[in-house]
Design a protein around this ligand. Structure first.
Ligand SMILES: Cc1ncc(C[n+]2csc(CCOP(=O)(O)OP(=O)(O)O)c2C)c(N)n1
Ligand SMILES: [Mg+2]
Length: 559
């Protein structure tokens, strides 16, 4: 409660700073360590989402950062709250998403005694974040929160952790608010753009790869116009499919796990590879095999918002330190000594051929056919959320994202992300259809956030792709240790009954042809819903079965 002394508690100052920096949503699990902040929420205009586990809260905040480009915010308690939330911090780090996490801390006069749930946050989160700090002085709350927002969002975005001692939060101070932080767009210099025009004009088979963060719908559209003007093929890297309109005539496909072999060939034989926004990490680089390290064998242009990422793994022939938004704006002004041209038509035809029809699969439900149905029936503004597992291969291959940030999934391959991400998306965009796709293993890592969806009446549908196993690991097992199944089988609950027990809607599907009606029923229920798909465990990828992988591995080991 605000006092009559014209002073504010540090907690009130903190909550006021959030509003000033444009925060609308906070996600939390409460703790006695930050009661004063919870009280300040009471009088604020912030929309608070109380979660069931801190990983869920941190992932929701990360998802907000991912789609808006502005730091998502979560609050967790000390010790176990903070360590639970570490999962979301890791995602924000690897996915380059702006996130500010506040952690309640023990009182200042008990620090260093290993007081109840005391953690040294700088030591624990120091290596996982862009910055970790603790606020000791209430008068410095505006300064340090402002720095947190700039740090999380600048350059290559990432997580910031701020510990807030409980006794500091109740101290009253007279302090001025900080001005709102503003995102900083790093623009490319004219010399780099001239060099870029010269290099691109001199090539015959260029390809553009898109990834990373700091994109926007406008940046994606500008890149689309540029690519179309010069017929340049554009591929997206792992889990960044919605950075580009996949129905665009220049779209060449997804460079992630199990990519189209023709796309890989195209990249390998290209004479200029232009990576915009992303890091070209382990998955898109096909386990660091696609290009030589440090100097790629193909002429390589790297455009990245973080100066420290340029030359980190690959030594580019041309490095441009710019955000995708500023770089694509500069593309519009580009003057070519010789106009470039590429084979966008061929690349897009390869993409269509690879993704058009679902592949044949063992079992009653063909998940590829389900994805094709969703692709044809969901509106362009629908948002798909997922975590990690082999099931995601069908999303990458058969769905077509049309709008920027309509795919919210971890490039860092974290299981358990889809449900919290879907909660966050429905909180942010109540009018957009949201669909979460989860594996059976994946779902139960954060399935408890289904209760959060019910609590806030968030009607989205979760499709659980249930093959009764940690399929990805089983696949690796069959490859490396054929026939020796170890710790990958799952005995699952009755998922539709789980949904009903929480107050949602649940239905099970055993044949492909029953999916459309079940999905429509789920949406029509107006509740958070689970559509459970009974998948044959043999259908391990869109192109092969477990039995085939095992037989191949046995033949190789036997020979
Ligand atoms: C948090 C986390 N723990 C473990 C893993 C390792 N891992 C990757 S995929 C996978 C299995 C996923 O199983 P499921 O969700 O059922 O999907 P499936 O592969 O069966 O389609 C595991 C355990 C991970 N990526 N993230
Ligand atoms: Mg599974």
């Amino acid at each position: 409660m605000r006092g009559k002394d014209n002073l504010r508690s540090a907690a009130e100052v903190l909550v006021d700073q959030l509003r000033i920096h444009g925060v609308q949503h906070v996600f939390c699990v409460p703790g006695e360590s930050y009661l004063a902040v919870l009280d300040a929420f009471h009088d604020s205009e912030l929309t608070v989402t109380v979660c069931r586990q801190e990983a869920g809260a941190a992932m929701m905040a990360e998802a907000v950062g991912k789609v808006t480009g502005r730091p998502g915010v979560c609050f967790v308690t000390r010790g176990p709250g903070a360590t639970n939330a570490a999962h979301g911090i890791h995602i924000a780090r690897q996915d380059s998403s702006p996130l500010v996490m506040f952690v309640g801390q023990v009182a200042r006069d008990t620090r260093e005694r290993e007081a109840f749930q005391e953690v040294d946050y700088r030591a624990v989160f120091g290596a996982m974040t862009k910055w970790t700090t603790e606020i000791d002085d209430p008068a410095r709350v505006p300064e340090l929160v402002s720095r947190a927002f700039y740090t999380a969002a600048n350059g290559r975005p990432g997580p910031v952790v701020i510990a807030i001692p409980e006794d500091m939060l109740v101290e009253r101070v007279a302090v001025a608010d900080a001005p709102p932080y503003a995102p900083i767009e790093t623009s490319p210099g004219p010399a780099e753009m001239a060099k870029f025009a010269e290099m691109l004009g001199a090539t015959r088979s260029p390809i553009i790869l898109l990834g990373g963060s700091r994109w926007s719908q406008a940046a994606s559209d500008r890149l689309g116009h540029f690519a179309q003007k010069y017929s340049l093929p554009v591929a997206t890297t792992f889990r960044r499919g919605s950075v580009f309109d996949q129905t665009h005539p220049c779209y060449a496909g997804d460079l992630g796990i199990g990519p189209n072999p023709k796309l890989l060939e195209r990249i390998k034989s290209s004479d200029l590879v232009i990576m915009v926004g992303g890091r070209l990490g382990e998955l898109p680089s096909q386990g660091y095999t696609l290009f030589d390290i440090p100097r790629p064998q193909t002429t390589f242009v790297h455009v990245h918002p973080g100066a420290e990422e340029l030359g980190r793994v690959y030594s580019p022939h041309l490095a441009i330190n710019a955000t995708p938004t500023a770089f694509t704006a500069a593309l519009e002004q580009l003057k070519f000594p010789r106009a470039p041209s590429g084979d966008a038509n061929g690349a897009h035809a390869d993409y269509l051929q690879w993704t058009d029809k679902p592949t044949a699969q063992p079992g009653g439900v063909n998940f590829g056919a389900v994805m094709v149905w969703l692709r044809e029936n969901l509106p362009a503004d629908a948002i798909l959320c997922n975590g990690a597992g082999n099931y995601a291969a069908w999303i990458h291959r058969f769905f077509r994202f049309r709008r920027f940030a309509s795919h919210v999934a971890p490039a860092s391959g974290s299981m358990g992300y889809g449900v919290p991400a879907a909660v966050a998306m429905k909180r942010l965009y109540p009018d957009r259809p949201v669909v979460c796709i989860a594996g059976d293993g994946d779902f139960l890592m954060n399935g408890q956030e289904f209760a959060t969806a019910v609590q806030y009446n968030l009607p989205f549908t979760i499709i659980i792709v249930d093959n009764g196993m940690y399929g990805t690991i089983r696949m690796h097992q069959e490859r490396e240790y054929p026939g020796r199944i170890s710790a990958t089988e799952l005995r699952n609950p009755d998922f539709p009954a789980y949904a009903r027990a929480f107050g949602g809607f649940g239905v099970s599907v055993e044949r492909t042809e029953d999916f459309p009606a079940a999905f429509k029923q789920a949406v029509a229920s107006g509740k958070p819903a689970i559509v459970h798909l009974a998948i044959d465990g043999e259908a391990i990828t869109p192109t092969t079965t477990l039995a085939k992988i095992r037989a191949k591995a046995m033949a190789e080991k036997g020979g």
